[in-house]
Write a protein of this length. Structure first.
Ligand SMILES: Nc1ncnc2c1ncn2[C@@H]1O[C@H](COP(=O)(O)OP(=O)(O)OP(=O)(O)O)[C@@H](O)[C@H]1O
Ligand SMILES: [Mg+2]
Length: 243
């Protein structure tokens, strides 16, 4: 391109498209969540009051602001019961960061990550290959989905602490989703077994008090309360053509 007699190199549109394509491929967002966007996150009405659900409205607002203001010094920790849309919003943030801001991001389901690290274990060297772990430590924005474990082993605790501490020390942004009943509802919530559903504090403490405290420092807490979207909306939409 030439302007005022000065020649400049400009990146052509096709290389920008290629770059975004590459970011999306490296981001590893599962197909199940490819549709997740901020625009199609529906702020549903609460059944009791018929008003917009404030917590969902707020969660979407936080997600939007986060994308607008990125780079930020903190990540996001989405908590709430199953099916409220935690992964949807977290993936929407990741996609916006890649598409709008060209930020390298990585999606990992917590259990899949642990399994991949375990599978890469080499009994001879007695270490796991860095092939799996390195991108998790290095990526600019990591989404750790479904971070939970009822009785984590020492190895699980150490692995998580290692990931979180490394990212913390390098000031890298981490998004986390975890399925919990927030503390103030925990008194009423029971599992089918009759056991009380663990509250946020107690569950994060499963991974050690230091890690729990670090997560509060690294991430803004986004609490979401609603019923299960899969049950309430998706079920109603599944129909056979012949019905
Ligand atoms: N408010 C919403 N608007 C649009 N789609 C939604 C909303 N909430 C959930 N969904 C859709 O419902 C499905 C379940 O949502 P999602 O996986 O985000 O729930 P979750 O809170 O992560 O649940 P879990 O704790 O079981 O992982 C997804 O397909 C998601 O796109
Ligand atoms: Mg989820």
């Amino acid at each position: 391109m030439e302007a005022n007699g000065i020649r400049r190199l400009v990146r052509c549109e096709c290389s920008a498209t290629k770059r975004i394509q590459q970011l999306l491929e490296q981001g590893r967002i599962p197909r199940r969540y490819e549709h997740c966007a901020l625009e199609n996150f529906d702020v549903r009405k609460t059944r009791q009051s018929g008003q917009e659900n404030r917590s969902l409205w707020w969660a979407r607002r936080v997600a939007e602001k986060f994308v607008e203001e990125y780079p930020t010094e903190f990540g996001l920790l989405f908590v709430g019961p199953t099916g409220v849309g935690k992964t949807h919003l977290a993936v929407a943030v990741l996609r916006e960061l890649m598409l709008r801001k060209g930020v390298p991001c990585l999606f990992y389901d917590f259990h899949d990550l642990l399994k991949e690290i375990q599978d890469s274990y080499n009994p001879v060297s007695q270490t796991s290959e860095l092939r799996v772990l390195q991108p998790v430590l290095d990526t600019e924005v990591l989404l750790l989905d479904e971070m939970a474990a009822a009785n984590p082993s020492d190895w699980v605790k150490e692995t998580l602490a290692y990931i979180i501490n490394s990212r913390y020390n390098q000031k890298r942004v981490t998004l986390i989703t975890t399925t919990l009943v927030p503390p103030k509802d925990a008194g009423n919530a029971v599992m089918p077994s009759g056991e009380a559903i663990p509250d946020l504090e107690r569950t994060l403490n499963h991974f050690g008090a230091t890690l729990a405290s670090r997560l509060y420092e690294m991430c803004k807490l986004v609490e979401m309360h609603s019923d299960d979207y899969r049950k309430a909306i998706k079920q109603a939409g599944y129909r056979f053509h012949a019905d």
